[in-house]
Design a protein. Structure first.
Length: 480
């Protein structure tokens, strides 16, 4: 019975992870298809509107020409000139829109044909205007009365209407695709919601004792806050200036106390409550492998390998979270010589530097007021990233420089590595953000999140500039 329960528990975990993983992949595909269909609908509408606008521009040009021929007033030539410029601009936009990445295009032959007819129409309009300017109104009117321009307009309207009909047929197809993929997306979202709901129910049963403890702590803190408020109010009546000073000190002390209590509680949860379910699953997997070793085939052993890998990654993530929460608790700020920090980091990487022929160039760095352990970790994480993400056939070169401003120091750490794609720059400082697979580059995706928190602890800012395939520069400031 016990072994059966173990087997069922392991099977449920494998099924839940597999179902959720599959659903996420399908949702990603569905979202891509839905977004593509929506973009195709937008492009179709835009192309159709551009073609319709061409009709309006030609009609506006012809109206301006007629106005000038009838009145010989040059004020009508301004709208005509504007119409010509608008047409050329619209033709360029139509060509640009036509070069999209979707299956929504106007045949080049039809665009060329339309442009050819419109050019003839403008030549006819230009000729009548020139004749009128030179005093040959009669000849100009003969051209107008020949209905040549009317034939051009009919051809223009016929061709633009034909283009718009084809676009409307294409638009109907895209609308159908959009609705189909939208329906699939909604279905997958509902499925994902059900899977998450099941997971949450299971999780709630595990963390309920922790939640009860948090509620109890919250009540205790609320009572303490009430007592503190009463005490502060009493002091304020006695002496306002003294009250402000005492309140500030009291709030600082209480803030440190609460922070330490929360940190201790988090450490307990991370080291015991959160890891306990992992140890339980790991023990069950180990027992199952030992009891059924002779009955497991290669596929089963592979699945158990997946589970062991996932458990190990979770342990590392929990450890990373714990270390992240402890930043800033190593001591007080002190005078730190960044040159000595850099020498210490070089010593840590000495073997790698010699093996990979790494060059680290640095200015004479300043002495700053900082947390020594954390500021060393900041430089070490960025240098470690530069070494990790180096080009395979080029010796890494890392340049470290700084500028002194009135209120802060600005540092730059530049490498000649593989760089970062522009679309990924916004998320590299997020916790557990990984831009590469674990097979290509090791790590948990928390190093740069550490860097951001360390810089913020020193009242600074951090940002990155990168050219993919060429180099990356990390910029950060430290308050003086």
């Amino acid at each position: 019975m016990i072994k059966t329960s173990k087997s069922l528990g392991i099977n449920n975990i494998v099924i839940l992870i597999g179902a959720l993983f599959t659903t996420v992949i399908l949702m990603g595909i569905s979202y891509y298809k839905t977004d593509k269909s929506r973009e195709e609908l937008l492009v179709s509408n835009q192309l159709s509107n551009k073609v319709l606008e061409i009709q309006y521009i030609i009609s506006r040009a012809e109206s301006s020409q007629r106005g000038y021929l009838l009145t010989n007033n040059k004020i009508y030539l301004q709208p005509y000139t504007t119409a010509r410029k608008d047409y050329l601009k619209l033709l360029r936009e139509l060509t640009l829109y036509n070069k999209n990445d979707y299956d929504v295009r106007i045949p080049i032959s039809k665009i060329d044909k339309l442009d050819s007819i419109i050019s003839l129409k403008f030549k006819e309009l230009d000729k009548t205007i020139r004749l009128t300017k030179s005093g040959n109104e009669a000849t100009s009117l003969l051209i107008v009365e020949s209905d040549l321009g009317l034939y051009y307009m009919k051809d223009i309207k016929s061709l633009t209407n034909d283009i718009r009909r084809n676009l409307e047929i294409n638009l109907l197809d895209k609308k159908t695709n959009y609705h189909v993929w939208n329906y699939i997306s909604i279905t997958l979202i509902i499925l994902a919601f059900l899977i998450i709901l099941i997971s949450l129910i299971n999780l709630i049963t595990k963390i309920r004792p922790v939640l009860n403890d948090l509620v109890s702590t919250k009540r205790s803190l609320e009572e303490s806050n009430n007592q503190l408020n009463n005490y502060v109010e009493h002091l304020r009546v006695a002496n306002k200036e003294k009250d402000r000073a005492m309140l500030k000190n009291k709030l600082l002390i209480d803030s440190l106390k609460v922070k330490n209590e929360q940190l201790d509680h988090f450490a307990y949860v991370a080291s015991h409550d959160l890891q306990e379910p992992l140890r339980t699953v790991s023990n069950y997997v180990e027992i199952f492998e030992e009891d059924y070793e002779d009955k497991l085939d290669d596929d089963a052993r592979m699945y158990f390998g997946f589970i062991d890998g996932a458990l190990d990654r979770m342990r590392k993530l929990i450890s990373g979270l714990l270390n992240f929460s402890r930043l800033g608790t190593s001591g007080e700020k002190e005078k730190v010589d960044l040159n000595l920090c850099l020498n210490e980091i070089k010593a840590n990487f000495q073997a790698t530097i010699e093996e990979e022929n790494i060059t680290i160039n640095a200015d004479s760095l300043p002495v700053v007021e900082a947390y020594k352990v954390e500021i060393t970790q900041l430089f070490q994480n960025i240098i470690s990233n530069a070494i990790k993400f180096r080009k395979p056939d080029i010796a890494p070169i890392i340049n470290i420089s700084f500028e002194e401003e009135s209120t802060h120091y600005k540092f730059k750490i530049t490498d000649n590595g593989i760089g970062i794609k522009e679309e990924h720059l916004y998320k590299i400082f997020d916790m557990f953000s990984r831009l590469h697979s674990a097979k290509d580059y090791e790590g948990q995706g928390i190093g740069l999140a550490f860097c951001k928190k360390i810089v913020e602890m020193h009242h600074g800012e951090i940002w990155v500039e990168s050219t993919h395939g060429e180099s990356t520069t990390f910029n950060f400031t430290l308050q003086k």
